[in-house]
Design a protein around this ligand. Sequence first.
Ligand code: PAF
Length: 282
Amino acid sequence: MKIFTEKTQIQKFIRQIKDQDLSLGFVPTMGALHQGHLSLVDEAFIKNDMVVVSIFVNPTQFDNKEDLKKYPRNLEADSVLLEGYGDKLIVYAPTVSDIYEGHAIAEHFSFDGLEFEMEGKFRTGHFDGVGTVVKRLFEIVTPDNAYFGKKDFQQLAIIKKLVEKHQIPVNIIGCDIFRETNGLAMSSRNARLKEDYKQAAPFIYKTLKTAKEKFGTKSAHKVTEWVENEFANHKLLTLEYFIIADAETLKSVKRKHKNKSYRAFIAVYADDIRLIDNIALN
Ligand code: PAF
């Protein structure tokens, strides 16, 4: 495994890979790696000769300074997890100045309205920050294929839009949500959950699964009411939003149509830790 911290070095190495006509997969991360990330790396190795994993806690996508400060960082532990992949895996762990060259400021993007739904309503500027860093990382790494988890389904949709609008030559591949055995979607934030919140958090996915069942016979409005009520009665978890949306436009659904795909999206606070999840409904 090779680790680069400077873009000029990794770019030189990637040129050699490309000269040998080897295909390159890319898994962008903010570190604090877990099984969910490793499942993306495994997926990337199915289709690519070499895989780059970037580890970079991107300051411009945090609307909350405290969240940025508390975001777990442990390059040593991350490297141990990745070592097993051997010399076909490349880690890019840049500093803020290597990515932003002194100006850690997000570009402004239009993602055709996708950015105004759900997370966009609650995390001001978040998707400008994500778009900025992912675009830069794509320019540096120049991957053939890039892998993103569906836990951040809205982010995945926005990255597909970014690539289409800016004509970036990379295939974007969405990968299934990786869950703990108790159903909780894997997230770097889970490590910060105190014991009682850790015990409570699987309630999120359990509720999503029941919502899916109910959506078979009930309206989006009725299912939303039911979910809101479940959380209103919960002692530890606070619902920020539950939305049933069109899986393509991400706009919330008023009336169901036969040939459309729908998904339920949820954001919940467990103490001061924000957890998100989603599920395909049909
Ligand atoms: O999903 C994440 O971990 C981040 O948003 C990403 C895509 C690595 C950009 O910083």
